[in-house]
Design a protein around this ligand. Structure first.
Ligand code: NDP
Length: 295
């Protein structure tokens, strides 16, 4: 075990399995807004629980945040206050937004502390397996230090640009994911109405050029089985699509496809609420068109 002291803030659906790897690789301490979750994690994994986010920062070399949004990260930074020291590093694994990451980096720079945005892809199963993809935005020497830490839960780590670049890339990835879900929902509803068995269609598409993570994993494991596990909230994907649209706007690139996906996800969020899973978009679409894609 490394003697670097690492703090983990945000024990949500993906935070928990990531923090398990952190606790195995480093001398770890955790904090979560809802204290019961932190206590349960601490008891199960034999990890110290900090009294507050500020107390955690005081005793760590590196802090990882994995919260819902960049606004939540900035809220937590407000609560932490001025306890940061020179040489400390904040690795933000939240799927955040580039503006928020730049604000956080500027706040830490005042103390001589570093910031790297390090969002992840691979879902809760990838987090459990320690095979996430981490996309890092920041400057040296902070990026090299962040790489050492995130390697405990990542299979692929890429430094993609300055602070904010990791969050921008993650948001565009989420745009592609949502577009694929929306298109597959439409396409498979039509094929079902034509009498094509969904598993047969998936078998063909997965050997053809239209295949994606959606057709290779999400539809076979969830949609055609009628199983709707809650691993990644639809509301968080809707948030990611808002970040993607802002990235397009800021770069002067017109949004067509990602705008459609955002509108679809906003509609589904209204219908299904904040706790639904991102794949339940398909369930809502099925209801709207009166077709179930099963079998
Ligand atoms: P959850 O909703 O399960 O957990 C959110 C976490 O953030 C909780 O620990 C919550 O604390 C904490 N939190 C939210 N707002 C605040 C705040 N203002 N102050 C303090 N703590 C706060 O989300 P996930 O774990 O699924 O996702 C976390 C991040 O990772 C998101 O940005 C998401 O988009 C991203 N992500 C998620 C993936 C997944 O498969 N789930 C995959 C890839 C990225 P509390 O327990 O008190 O509510």
């Amino acid at each position: 075990m490394s003697d670097v002291r690492v703090g983990f803030i945000g024990l949500g659906a993906i935070g928990v399995p990531m923090a398990v790897h952190v606790a195995k690789a480093f001398d770890a301490v955790v904090w979560n807004r809802t204290t019961d979750k932190a206590r349960a994690f601490g008891e199960e994994h034999g990890v110290e629980v900090a009294e507050s986010a500020g107390a955690l920062v005081k005793e760590c070399d590196v802090v990882i945040t994995c919260l819902s949004t960049s606004d939540d990260v900035l809220d937590v930074l407000d609560g932490i206050g001025d306890v940061w020291r020179k040489g400390q590093l904040l690795v933000d694994a939240t799927s955040g937004d580039p503006t928020g990451s730049k604000t956080a980096a500027a706040r830490l720079e005042k103390f001589g502390a570093g910031f790297v945005d390090a969002p992840v892809s691979g879902g809760t199963s990838g987090a459990e397996a320690g095979t996430l993809t981490s996309m890092l935005g920041g400057e040296e020497p902070w990026v090299s230090k962040a790489r050492e830490i995130v390697s405990c839960y990542s299979k692929k780590i890429e430094h993609v640009g300055p602070v904010g670049a990791g969050h921008a890339l993650k948001a565009i990835n989420q745009g592609l994911l949502a577009i694929n879900i929306v298109a597959a929902a439409e396409g498979f509803a039509a094929l079902t109405k034509l009498g094509v068995t969904p598993s047969v269609a998936l078998n063909v598409i997965n050997s053809a050029t239209g295949r994606s993570n959606v057709t290779e994993n999400l539809f076979p494991q969830r949609v055609i089985t009628g199983d709707w596990p809650r691993t990644f909230k639809l509301s968080l994907l809707d948030k990611d699509l808002g970040v993607a649209l802002k990235v397009l706007e800021d770069t002067g690139i017109p949004s067509g496809a990602i705008r459609v996906a955002k509108d679809e996800y906003a509609k589904a969020r209204k219908a299904l609420g904040e706790e639904a899973d991102h794949v339940e978009y398909v369930r809502d679409f099925e209801k709207r068109v009166g077709v179930e894609v099963r079998g």
